[in-house]
Write a protein of this length. Structure first.
Length: 384
Protein backbone atom coordinates (compact mmCIF):
# COMPACT_ATOMS: atom_id res chain seq x y z
CA UNK A 1 0.00 0.00 0.00
CA UNK A 2 1.46 3.36 -1.05
CA UNK A 3 0.34 6.02 1.42
CA UNK A 4 0.75 9.75 0.90
CA UNK A 5 0.66 11.83 4.09
CA UNK A 6 0.01 15.52 3.49
CA UNK A 7 1.54 17.36 6.42
CA UNK A 8 1.66 21.06 7.34
CA UNK A 9 3.45 24.06 5.90
CA UNK A 10 6.81 24.05 7.66
CA UNK A 11 7.21 27.83 8.25
CA UNK A 12 4.00 27.78 10.35
CA UNK A 13 5.98 25.74 12.93
CA UNK A 14 2.98 23.70 14.05
CA UNK A 15 5.22 21.23 15.82
CA UNK A 16 2.55 18.86 17.14
CA UNK A 17 1.08 18.46 13.65
CA UNK A 18 4.49 17.92 12.09
CA UNK A 19 5.33 15.30 14.72
CA UNK A 20 2.00 13.57 14.14
CA UNK A 21 2.77 13.10 10.44
CA UNK A 22 6.31 11.97 11.22
CA UNK A 23 5.01 9.43 13.71
CA UNK A 24 2.52 8.03 11.19
CA UNK A 25 5.25 7.79 8.55
CA UNK A 26 7.58 5.93 10.90
CA UNK A 27 5.00 3.50 12.26
CA UNK A 28 3.27 2.75 8.96
CA UNK A 29 6.66 2.17 7.32
CA UNK A 30 7.51 -0.28 10.10
CA UNK A 31 4.36 -2.18 9.17
CA UNK A 32 5.43 -2.53 5.53
CA UNK A 33 3.62 0.41 3.93
CA UNK A 34 5.32 2.56 1.31
CA UNK A 35 4.87 5.98 2.93
CA UNK A 36 5.71 9.44 1.64
CA UNK A 37 5.22 12.70 3.55
CA UNK A 38 4.82 15.93 1.63
CA UNK A 39 4.42 19.51 2.82
CA UNK A 40 3.01 22.52 0.97
CA UNK A 41 6.07 23.87 -0.84
CA UNK A 42 7.91 26.88 0.56
CA UNK A 43 8.28 29.10 -2.48
CA UNK A 44 8.03 32.64 -1.13
CA UNK A 45 7.56 32.12 2.60
CA UNK A 46 11.26 32.06 3.49
CA UNK A 47 12.33 35.20 1.67
CA UNK A 48 14.85 36.71 4.13
CA UNK A 49 13.89 40.35 3.66
CA UNK A 50 10.21 39.87 4.56
CA UNK A 51 8.99 41.32 7.91
CA UNK A 52 7.19 38.82 10.12
CA UNK A 53 3.61 40.08 9.41
CA UNK A 54 4.25 39.87 5.67
CA UNK A 55 5.49 36.28 5.94
CA UNK A 56 2.06 35.19 7.15
CA UNK A 57 0.36 36.61 4.06
CA UNK A 58 3.06 35.40 1.70
CA UNK A 59 2.65 31.97 3.31
CA UNK A 60 -0.98 31.98 2.19
CA UNK A 61 0.25 32.32 -1.41
CA UNK A 62 2.45 29.27 -0.94
CA UNK A 63 -0.28 27.24 0.75
CA UNK A 64 -3.27 28.17 -1.38
CA UNK A 65 -1.83 29.01 -4.80
CA UNK A 66 1.38 27.00 -5.22
CA UNK A 67 0.50 23.96 -3.09
CA UNK A 68 -2.56 22.50 -4.89
CA UNK A 69 -0.78 21.62 -8.13
CA UNK A 70 2.25 20.31 -6.25
CA UNK A 71 0.12 18.10 -4.00
CA UNK A 72 -2.02 16.89 -6.88
CA UNK A 73 1.06 15.59 -8.68
CA UNK A 74 2.11 13.62 -5.61
CA UNK A 75 -1.43 12.32 -4.97
CA UNK A 76 -1.59 10.68 -8.40
CA UNK A 77 1.21 8.29 -7.36
CA UNK A 78 -0.49 7.09 -4.14
CA UNK A 79 -2.99 4.35 -3.39
CA UNK A 80 -4.46 6.44 -0.57
CA UNK A 81 -4.01 10.04 0.55
CA UNK A 82 -4.18 11.01 4.23
CA UNK A 83 -4.43 14.71 5.03
CA UNK A 84 -3.01 14.88 8.53
CA UNK A 85 -4.60 18.13 9.74
CA UNK A 86 -8.18 19.31 9.24
CA UNK A 87 -6.96 22.90 8.84
CA UNK A 88 -5.74 21.70 5.42
CA UNK A 89 -9.18 20.40 4.43
CA UNK A 90 -9.06 22.45 1.22
CA UNK A 91 -6.40 20.04 -0.02
CA UNK A 92 -9.07 17.36 -0.36
CA UNK A 93 -9.70 19.01 -3.71
CA UNK A 94 -6.23 17.90 -4.80
CA UNK A 95 -6.97 14.22 -4.11
CA UNK A 96 -10.11 13.84 -6.22
CA UNK A 97 -8.62 11.01 -8.26
CA UNK A 98 -7.47 8.97 -5.25
CA UNK A 99 -9.16 7.50 -2.14
CA UNK A 100 -8.58 9.88 0.77
CA UNK A 101 -9.21 10.64 4.42
CA UNK A 102 -8.53 13.50 6.79
CA UNK A 103 -7.70 13.77 10.49
CA UNK A 104 -9.77 16.19 12.57
CA UNK A 105 -7.87 17.15 15.71
CA UNK A 106 -10.27 19.72 17.15
CA UNK A 107 -12.80 22.32 16.03
CA UNK A 108 -11.91 25.05 18.51
CA UNK A 109 -10.91 27.59 15.86
CA UNK A 110 -13.97 26.79 13.76
CA UNK A 111 -16.34 27.32 16.69
CA UNK A 112 -14.46 30.38 17.90
CA UNK A 113 -14.91 31.97 14.48
CA UNK A 114 -18.65 31.34 14.85
CA UNK A 115 -18.81 33.12 18.20
CA UNK A 116 -19.11 30.00 20.37
CA UNK A 117 -16.57 31.43 22.82
CA UNK A 118 -17.60 35.08 23.40
CA UNK A 119 -14.29 36.06 24.98
CA UNK A 120 -12.34 34.89 21.90
CA UNK A 121 -12.22 37.40 19.07
CA UNK A 122 -11.59 36.25 15.51
CA UNK A 123 -10.83 38.78 12.77
CA UNK A 124 -12.63 38.93 9.45
CA UNK A 125 -9.98 37.01 7.51
CA UNK A 126 -9.86 34.40 10.26
CA UNK A 127 -13.62 33.94 10.10
CA UNK A 128 -13.48 33.54 6.33
CA UNK A 129 -10.66 31.02 6.58
CA UNK A 130 -12.42 28.94 9.24
CA UNK A 131 -15.64 28.86 7.22
CA UNK A 132 -13.60 27.62 4.26
CA UNK A 133 -11.93 24.93 6.40
CA UNK A 134 -15.28 23.77 7.82
CA UNK A 135 -16.99 23.71 4.43
CA UNK A 136 -14.34 21.40 2.98
CA UNK A 137 -14.07 19.26 6.10
CA UNK A 138 -17.77 18.37 6.25
CA UNK A 139 -17.62 17.19 2.61
CA UNK A 140 -15.00 14.55 3.40
CA UNK A 141 -16.19 10.97 3.13
CA UNK A 142 -13.72 9.58 5.69
CA UNK A 143 -12.65 11.40 8.85
CA UNK A 144 -10.48 10.28 11.75
CA UNK A 145 -11.24 12.07 15.04
CA UNK A 146 -8.66 12.25 17.83
CA UNK A 147 -11.23 11.90 20.60
CA UNK A 148 -14.90 11.29 21.24
CA UNK A 149 -15.16 14.98 22.13
CA UNK A 150 -13.90 15.96 18.67
CA UNK A 151 -16.32 13.50 17.10
CA UNK A 152 -19.20 15.04 19.09
CA UNK A 153 -18.14 18.54 18.04
CA UNK A 154 -18.03 17.45 14.40
CA UNK A 155 -21.55 16.06 14.71
CA UNK A 156 -22.67 19.42 16.13
CA UNK A 157 -21.09 21.15 13.16
CA UNK A 158 -22.71 18.81 10.63
CA UNK A 159 -25.47 16.51 11.95
CA UNK A 160 -25.21 13.01 10.53
CA UNK A 161 -21.49 13.23 9.77
CA UNK A 162 -20.71 10.80 12.60
CA UNK A 163 -21.40 7.95 10.16
CA UNK A 164 -18.31 9.03 8.20
CA UNK A 165 -16.02 9.28 11.22
CA UNK A 166 -13.99 7.01 13.43
CA UNK A 167 -12.25 7.81 16.70
CA UNK A 168 -8.60 6.74 16.72
CA UNK A 169 -6.79 7.95 19.81
CA UNK A 170 -3.26 9.27 19.61
CA UNK A 171 -0.39 7.40 21.11
CA UNK A 172 2.71 9.12 22.45
CA UNK A 173 4.66 10.87 19.73
CA UNK A 174 7.93 10.45 21.63
CA UNK A 175 9.17 7.63 23.86
CA UNK A 176 8.36 9.22 27.24
CA UNK A 177 9.20 7.12 30.30
CA UNK A 178 10.38 7.74 33.88
CA UNK A 179 13.69 9.61 33.69
CA UNK A 180 16.81 8.67 35.62
CA UNK A 181 17.59 10.43 38.87
CA UNK A 182 20.59 12.04 37.17
CA UNK A 183 18.39 13.45 34.40
CA UNK A 184 15.90 14.80 36.94
CA UNK A 185 18.72 16.42 38.92
CA UNK A 186 20.04 18.05 35.75
CA UNK A 187 16.59 19.38 34.83
CA UNK A 188 16.21 20.80 38.34
CA UNK A 189 19.57 22.50 38.06
CA UNK A 190 18.67 23.98 34.69
CA UNK A 191 15.42 25.33 36.16
CA UNK A 192 17.32 26.84 39.11
CA UNK A 193 15.94 24.44 41.73
CA UNK A 194 17.82 22.65 44.46
CA UNK A 195 17.35 18.95 45.11
CA UNK A 196 14.80 19.45 47.88
CA UNK A 197 12.33 21.96 46.42
CA UNK A 198 9.08 20.41 45.21
CA UNK A 199 7.35 21.74 42.12
CA UNK A 200 4.20 21.44 40.08
CA UNK A 201 4.49 21.40 36.30
CA UNK A 202 2.37 22.88 33.54
CA UNK A 203 3.00 22.17 29.86
CA UNK A 204 1.37 24.16 27.07
CA UNK A 205 1.24 27.14 24.78
CA UNK A 206 -0.56 30.44 25.11
CA UNK A 207 -3.77 29.52 23.32
CA UNK A 208 -6.77 30.78 25.29
CA UNK A 209 -8.06 27.28 25.99
CA UNK A 210 -4.82 26.27 27.76
CA UNK A 211 -5.93 28.50 30.66
CA UNK A 212 -2.39 29.44 31.67
CA UNK A 213 -3.61 32.39 33.71
CA UNK A 214 -5.88 29.92 35.48
CA UNK A 215 -2.83 27.78 36.25
CA UNK A 216 -1.28 30.74 38.04
CA UNK A 217 -4.49 31.47 39.94
CA UNK A 218 -4.80 27.86 41.11
CA UNK A 219 -1.14 27.86 42.16
CA UNK A 220 -1.63 31.08 44.14
CA UNK A 221 -4.54 29.47 45.99
CA UNK A 222 -2.52 26.30 46.59
CA UNK A 223 0.20 28.27 48.34
CA UNK A 224 -2.29 29.06 51.08
CA UNK A 225 -2.10 25.41 52.13
CA UNK A 226 0.75 24.26 54.33
CA UNK A 227 1.92 21.44 52.07
CA UNK A 228 2.37 23.80 49.11
CA UNK A 229 3.76 26.89 50.86
CA UNK A 230 7.28 26.29 49.61
CA UNK A 231 6.44 24.64 46.30
CA UNK A 232 7.38 26.14 42.96
CA UNK A 233 5.57 26.05 39.63
CA UNK A 234 7.42 25.33 36.39
CA UNK A 235 5.62 26.42 33.22
CA UNK A 236 7.12 24.68 30.17
CA UNK A 237 6.18 25.83 26.70
CA UNK A 238 5.80 29.30 25.28
CA UNK A 239 7.08 32.51 26.96
CA UNK A 240 4.69 34.24 29.32
CA UNK A 241 2.17 36.67 27.94
CA UNK A 242 2.23 40.26 29.30
CA UNK A 243 -0.95 39.41 31.21
CA UNK A 244 0.70 36.45 32.90
CA UNK A 245 3.79 38.48 33.79
CA UNK A 246 1.64 41.24 35.26
CA UNK A 247 -0.31 38.71 37.33
CA UNK A 248 2.87 37.11 38.70
CA UNK A 249 4.20 40.51 39.74
CA UNK A 250 0.97 41.75 41.31
CA UNK A 251 0.27 38.51 43.17
CA UNK A 252 3.77 38.00 44.54
CA UNK A 253 4.39 34.85 42.51
CA UNK A 254 7.27 36.19 40.44
CA UNK A 255 9.93 34.31 42.44
CA UNK A 256 7.87 31.13 42.73
CA UNK A 257 7.09 30.50 39.06
CA UNK A 258 9.77 29.38 36.60
CA UNK A 259 9.62 29.61 32.82
CA UNK A 260 11.16 26.90 30.68
CA UNK A 261 10.70 27.90 27.05
CA UNK A 262 10.62 25.41 24.15
CA UNK A 263 12.21 22.59 26.12
CA UNK A 264 13.51 19.48 24.38
CA UNK A 265 11.76 16.15 24.88
CA UNK A 266 14.55 14.85 27.12
CA UNK A 267 14.29 17.79 29.51
CA UNK A 268 10.50 17.64 29.48
CA UNK A 269 10.64 13.95 30.36
CA UNK A 270 12.85 14.75 33.34
CA UNK A 271 10.57 17.61 34.44
CA UNK A 272 7.55 15.29 34.35
CA UNK A 273 9.45 12.63 36.27
CA UNK A 274 10.44 14.96 39.10
CA UNK A 275 7.17 16.88 39.54
CA UNK A 276 4.62 16.61 42.32
CA UNK A 277 2.02 16.55 39.55
CA UNK A 278 1.11 17.93 36.17
CA UNK A 279 -1.34 20.82 36.58
CA UNK A 280 -3.37 20.88 33.37
CA UNK A 281 -6.65 22.81 33.86
CA UNK A 282 -7.47 23.37 30.19
CA UNK A 283 -10.86 24.72 29.17
CA UNK A 284 -10.85 22.82 25.89
CA UNK A 285 -8.60 20.37 24.04
CA UNK A 286 -8.79 18.19 20.99
CA UNK A 287 -6.88 15.47 22.80
CA UNK A 288 -4.45 16.62 25.49
CA UNK A 289 -1.06 15.03 24.82
CA UNK A 290 0.58 16.27 28.07
CA UNK A 291 -1.79 14.03 30.04
CA UNK A 292 -0.37 10.89 28.46
CA UNK A 293 3.19 12.23 28.50
CA UNK A 294 2.93 12.82 32.25
CA UNK A 295 1.39 9.41 32.90
CA UNK A 296 4.15 7.73 30.90
CA UNK A 297 6.73 9.40 33.15
CA UNK A 298 4.97 8.38 36.36
CA UNK A 299 3.80 11.94 37.01
CA UNK A 300 0.39 12.30 38.72
CA UNK A 301 -2.10 14.28 36.62
CA UNK A 302 -4.41 17.03 37.81
CA UNK A 303 -6.73 18.14 35.02
CA UNK A 304 -10.14 19.54 34.19
CA UNK A 305 -13.36 17.68 34.93
CA UNK A 306 -14.57 17.98 31.35
CA UNK A 307 -14.11 16.22 28.03
CA UNK A 308 -11.79 15.30 26.46
CA UNK A 309 -9.54 15.45 29.53
CA UNK A 310 -11.76 12.95 31.36
CA UNK A 311 -11.78 10.72 28.27
CA UNK A 312 -7.99 10.72 27.88
CA UNK A 313 -6.94 10.64 31.55
CA UNK A 314 -9.34 7.86 32.47
CA UNK A 315 -8.88 6.75 36.08
CA UNK A 316 -5.37 8.17 36.20
CA UNK A 317 -6.07 11.76 37.24
CA UNK A 318 -7.51 14.06 39.86
CA UNK A 319 -10.22 16.14 38.21
CA UNK A 320 -10.85 19.78 39.13
CA UNK A 321 -13.04 22.69 38.02
CA UNK A 322 -10.83 24.99 35.89
CA UNK A 323 -13.23 27.89 36.44
CA UNK A 324 -12.86 27.86 40.24
CA UNK A 325 -9.24 28.30 41.38
CA UNK A 326 -10.14 28.25 45.07
CA UNK A 327 -12.21 25.06 44.83
CA UNK A 328 -9.59 23.45 42.58
CA UNK A 329 -6.85 24.24 45.09
CA UNK A 330 -8.93 22.90 47.96
CA UNK A 331 -9.55 19.64 46.10
CA UNK A 332 -5.85 19.26 45.33
CA UNK A 333 -4.89 19.98 48.92
CA UNK A 334 -7.44 17.52 50.26
CA UNK A 335 -6.18 14.78 47.93
CA UNK A 336 -2.45 15.41 48.20
CA UNK A 337 -1.93 12.06 49.88
CA UNK A 338 -3.69 10.36 46.95
CA UNK A 339 -1.43 11.81 44.26
CA UNK A 340 1.19 9.02 44.48
CA UNK A 341 -1.59 6.48 43.86
CA UNK A 342 -2.22 8.10 40.49
CA UNK A 343 1.23 7.06 39.33
CA UNK A 344 0.24 3.42 38.89
CA UNK A 345 -3.24 4.39 37.68
CA UNK A 346 -1.57 6.49 34.99
CA UNK A 347 0.56 3.59 33.82
CA UNK A 348 -2.56 1.42 33.63
CA UNK A 349 -4.48 4.06 31.69
CA UNK A 350 -1.65 4.44 29.20
CA UNK A 351 -2.26 0.90 27.99
CA UNK A 352 -5.39 2.14 26.23
CA UNK A 353 -3.21 4.23 23.93
CA UNK A 354 -0.72 1.68 22.67
CA UNK A 355 1.15 2.33 19.45
CA UNK A 356 0.29 -1.05 17.93
CA UNK A 357 -3.40 -0.57 18.67
CA UNK A 358 -3.38 2.86 17.03
CA UNK A 359 -1.58 1.72 13.87
CA UNK A 360 -3.86 -1.33 13.56
CA UNK A 361 -6.82 1.05 13.68
CA UNK A 362 -5.35 3.24 10.95
CA UNK A 363 -4.60 0.26 8.71
CA UNK A 364 -8.15 -1.03 9.15
CA UNK A 365 -9.52 2.42 8.33
CA UNK A 366 -7.30 2.67 5.25
CA UNK A 367 -8.62 -0.70 4.06
CA UNK A 368 -12.18 0.52 4.58
CA UNK A 369 -11.49 3.61 2.47
CA UNK A 370 -9.88 1.55 -0.30
CA UNK A 371 -12.66 -1.04 -0.29
CA UNK A 372 -15.33 1.64 -0.63
CA UNK A 373 -13.44 3.13 -3.55
CA UNK A 374 -13.14 -0.27 -5.27
CA UNK A 375 -16.87 -0.95 -5.20
CA UNK A 376 -17.72 2.56 -6.28
CA UNK A 377 -19.24 3.83 -3.05
CA UNK A 378 -16.72 6.62 -2.68
CA UNK A 379 -15.42 9.22 -5.07
CA UNK A 380 -13.57 10.88 -2.17
CA UNK A 381 -15.74 14.01 -2.02
CA UNK A 382 -19.47 14.32 -1.46
CA UNK A 383 -21.55 16.10 -4.04
CA UNK A 384 -23.01 19.46 -3.16
Amino acid sequence: MKVLLISNYRPDKQQSMLRYAEMLQRELSNRGCDVDVVHPPVVLGNLPFLPKPAKKWIGYIDKYLFAPGYLRRHARKADIVHICDHSNSMYLQTTSSRPSLITCHDLLAVFAARGAFPHVKTGLTGRIQQRWIAANLVRAQHIVCMSGKTQDDLETLSPGIRLRTQVIHHTLNWSYAPASSAAVAEARKTAGLDSETEYLLHVGGNQWYKNRLGVLRIFLELRRYRQFQNAKLIMAGKPWTPEMLKYCESSGLKNSVIQRVEVANEELQALYSGAIALLFPSYEEGFGWPILEAQACGCPVITSDRAPMTEIAGNGALFIDPDSPDLAARSIAEHTADLPLLREAGFQNLRRFGREKMINSYLEFYKKVLNRAEIGLDDTMCNG
